[in-house]
Design a protein around this ligand. Structure first.
Ligand SMILES: NC(=O)c1ccc[n+]([C@@H]2O[C@H](COP(=O)([O-])OP(=O)(O)OC[C@H]3O[C@@H](n4cnc5c(N)ncnc54)[C@H](O)[C@@H]3O)[C@@H](O)[C@H]2O)c1
Length: 324
């Protein structure tokens, strides 16, 4: 029987699919150096939390597939996997709705001052209702940075509550955006200047690392809400905490941070005008079932020798291993 290593136990639907088809080993760590002893004779690896680099792939001589129950592959050396003929299976679309709903929930929480009002009310300060901090979203401009699966879903949700949607995504055609009644923005700077709410939905790459930094915060308005359900590294967090402290923007609602889990001493965790959730946007029951099922189906298909279509490196199928 082939062996599949899991960094952590998958949601039950995924575990059931593996049952009886492969030998499963759970490392409970996603650090390559700590997984090595299990990886040396593994045919597959599914990374829920963790990473894999080139040297671990080279050491795992039998490794034929890497699975990610999600879409982010910033913790996988995809170039190395491609060179070695290893497909990197992803689960596109399976958590789209959940992440978009979470972003919307963060937008509402920030606009309605939910977290601080809850805290104040519990501590006896009913008068907090007279602070008039909440604002309506009707007619406000949502600036979407990244219009992929999640960005598209959030655009629909926000448009349904009467927000104006503005999109910056250089890889999407202007007419596609305009046909839907949204505004297309060629320049990120323009979107940052004019949006009331900015929501980030780009992958973390060399090009998007620290995409939003000191200069960009300088373009935003004091009432701007910044939402990040993408990856922590997309924002320069040092610059963000400076901007929040100086009230250069209204608030930041973050599901993701550059270093997770967030430390209680992290400057962002100490500020009043932040909302922080534990990278849970894609962890609803429905999404967890969907991504784990999709990742396992893909991993099993590759182990059967099939060219599974949902991979982060489609060019891998040009590799001599696959041409044979
Ligand atoms: N918080 C969570 O739990 C969670 C869950 C799922 C995904 N994510 C993150 O959300 C990201 C987006 O997910 P998705 O499913 O929408 O991915 P996707 O691949 O469908 O969409 C990404 C979009 O970003 C655009 N893009 C790339 N570089 C850009 C740039 N420099 N400027 C503007 N746009 C750019 C692409 O053209 C694409 O349209 C993922 O890469 C992942 O990191 C987070």
């Amino acid at each position: 029987m082939k062996k599949v290593v899991l960094t952590h136990r998958l949601y039950e639907a995924g575990m059931q699919l593996l049952d009886g088809k492969v030998t499963v080993s759970i490392t409970n760590t996603g650090k390559p150096s700590e997984m090595l002893s299990e990886l040396v004779d593994a045919d597959g690896l599914i990374i829920r939390i963790g990473s894999i680099d080139r040297s671990a792939m080279l050491a795992a001589k039998k490794l034929k597939v890497i699975g990610r129950p999600g879409v982010g592959v910033d913790d996988v050396d995809v170039a190395a996997a491609t060179e070695l003929g290893i497909p990197v299976v992803i689960a596109p679309g399976a958590n789209t709705r959940s992440v978009a709903e979470h972003a919307l929930a963060l937008i509402f929480a920030a606009a309605k001052d939910i977290l601080s009002s809850d805290k104040q009310t519990r501590s006896g300060n009913f008068n907090v209702r007279n602070s008039y901090k909440a604002f309506e979203l009707l007619g406000k401009r949502l600036g979407l940075v990244g219009y992929g699966n999640i960005g598209r879903e959030l655009a629909k949700l926000c448009s349904a509550i009467g927000m104006k949607v503005v999109v910056y995504d250089p890889f999407v055609k202007q007419e596609t955006i305009e046909q839907l009644g949204y505004q297309y923005e060629n320049e990120l700077d323009e979107l940052l200047r004019n949006a009331d709410v900015i929501s980030l939905h780009v992958p973390l790459t060399d090009k998007t690392k620290n995409l939003i930094g000191e200069r960009e915060f300088g373009l935003m308005q004091p009432h701007t809400v910044l939402v990040n359900c993408a990856r922590g590294g997309v924002i320069d967090e040092q610059a963000l905490s400076v901007a929040l402290k100086a009230n250069k923007i209204h608030s930041a609602a973050l599901d993701v941070l550059a270093v997770e889990p967030v430390s209680p001493e992290d400057p962002l965790a100490l500020l009043e005008n932040t909302i922080i959730t534990p990278h849970m946007a894609g962890l609803t029951k429905e999404a967890a079932a969907g991504v784990s099922t999709m990742a396992v189906e893909g991993v099993l298909a590759v182990l059967r020798g099939e060219q599974w279509p949902y991979v982060a490196n489609k060019e891998v199928y040009e590799h001599p291993i696959w041409r044979k």
